[in-house]
Design a binder for this molecule. Structure first.
Ligand SMILES: *Cc1c(COP(=O)(O)O)cnc(C)c1O
Ligand code: SF4
Length: 434
């Protein structure tokens, strides 16, 4: 199967769109001026239900919709276009709007790039002791773009927003100097956008050098949904699988961290085959996804998703709260509702699928899990705890926020029981990031 991308430039070639009202397409064009839009022939021809695209979660996965921008932002751009304001002015406005959409949630740029050998490493994030994120320069795009993507600034061409690195010697030296690191997580974008040759260029040094502390190589990828042919018919599919085998043979654990939002992504023959081929290399596939309004905000969807995953040999790993960025108003569900959906789904699957953790917020201080909404001494609260912290001592200490049915992120929560004070970690957190 030959890969064919569709963007704003050529998407009208998608013949299935002939049935879609022109007004919807115009809206799509306006939204995708601000947030990146890319889809492809696999998604269009094999994933989307074209009988009712505007109610199809897999359509909403990559096709921008009017409500993904605020009415105010949408109207602003629309009016400029109608007035023929000119590209310069329109682009200026677009960039202004992008800056208002919180392009760097959770202090990604400011706080997580390590200083090493006298330089700032802008392709590494080392926030939690054991796991280092690595952003290979060649893996900073995806086969398609999720409409809810929290890395959207990378794809919009605002060049100073890019995180990336290609110096593998530096990567190896950093790993050797930081012996607490057991895991490297290749992330992007999608590292599996890279050719086998490029992947080897990044991975071979990890296998050839003696780095005993490094035990697990993780690859975060949405390729099983966006381009499963990566493992089936691409010219270097077999080379990729041989590389996976080589990692496993070297004694490192290879964890393929797959991103699935909906069970519909697991239904195609291509996806099922690709999963089998990856698992046959000795890699494990774990799965993670955000909980999203309009796509999967329903326990039955998660039950089906996790059951199907277990059936295919995939290990459910994380349910995330989407970050407060981009089109969050459209996608984010309140924390209390996310917990309700998670607990209903979790309590209806076998223990084998309860490897999943969540719902979890990736905040600047750490990954915070919502544990539930108990009533304590007559006060209804939200119980929380860290599963990863900037300071490992914070992990698994329950703490409590005032009950808030509408809060969608930690910054909307206030500590329960005491009137003035902050959550227990806040002072230490400010000390740490100073
Ligand atoms: C989630 C995350 C990790 C990995 O955490 P695990 O709990 O080990 O999966 C590492 N670094 C950052 C910055 C993260 O957000
Ligand atoms: S796969 Fe990940 S990085 Fe790529 S568009 Fe989707 S959310 Fe963003």
């Amino acid at each position: 199967m030959n890969y064919k991308a569709y963007t704003l430039r050529n998407y009208r070639e998608i013949k299935q769109l002939n049935q879609v009202p022109e007004e919807k397409l115009k809206a799509l064009e306006i939204v995708s001026r601000v947030l990146p839009f890319k889809t492809n022939n696999y998604i269009v021809n094999e994933l989307i239900n074209w009988n009712d695209p505007f109610n199809d979660p897999l359509f909403k996965l990559t096709f921008p919709q009017k409500d993904m921008l605020s009415e105010y932002h949408f109207d602003t751009i629309n009016e400029l276009i109608l007035k023929n304001a000119g590209e310069y002015l329109i682009n200026h406005k677009i960039n202004e709007i992008r800056q208002q959409l919180n392009p760097h949630p959770a202090g990604q740029l400011e706080y997580n790039m390590p200083e090493f050998e006298g330089q700032t490493l802008n392709g590494i994030q080392h926030k939690y002791n054991e796991t280092m994120l690595f952003f290979p320069s060649h893996g900073q795009t995806c086969h398609a773009y999720c409409t809810f993507c929290f890395r959207w600034p990378q794809f919009t061409g605002i060049s100073d927003l890019k995180l990336a690195m290609k110096d593998t010697n530096l990567m190896v030296r950093y790993l050797k100097a930081n012996k607490e690191i057991t895991d490297i997580l290749f992330t992007g974008g999608d590292p599996m956008i890279m050719s086998a040759k490029l992947l080897e260029r990044y991975i071979n040094p990890l296998l050839n050098e003696d780095i005993p502390n490094l035990q697990t190589i993780r690859i975060g990828s949405k390729s099983l949904t966006f381009w499963p042919y990566r493992y089936l018919t691409d010219p270097d599919s077999d080379d990729v699988l041989r590389l996976f085998e080589k990692i496993v043979k070297s004694g490192k654990h290879l964890a393929f961290m797959a991103h699935f939002n909906h069970f519909g992504e697991l239904n195609t023959e291509a996806c099922v085959k690709a999963i089998k081929r990856i698992k046959n290399t000795g890699a494990e596939i774990r799965s993670q996804a955000p909980i999203l309004n309009h796509i999967n905000a329903n326990p039955n969807i998660w039950i089906k998703l996790w059951k199907k995953q277990v059936n295919l040999g995939i290990i459910p790993y994380y349910m995330f709260i989407p970050r407060n960025t981009g089109s969050q108003e459209y996608f984010n569900v309140p924390l209390v509702k996310a917990y309700d959906i998670f607990s209903k789904a979790y309590s209806n699957v076998s223990g084998i699928a309860r490897t999943v953790r969540g719902p979890s917020m990736s905040t600047n201080p750490g990954k915070i899990l919502i544990l539930g909404c108990p009533e304590i001494n007559g006060e209804k609260v939200i119980a929380l705890s860290f599963i990863q912290g900037r300071d490992a001592d914070w992990v698994l200490k329950p703490f409590f926020a005032k009950y808030n049915e509408n809060a969608k992120w930690i910054d909307e929560l206030k500590p329960a029981f005491q009137e003035e004070e902050d959550f227990f970690y806040v002072n230490e957190f400010y000390d740490l990031i100073e």
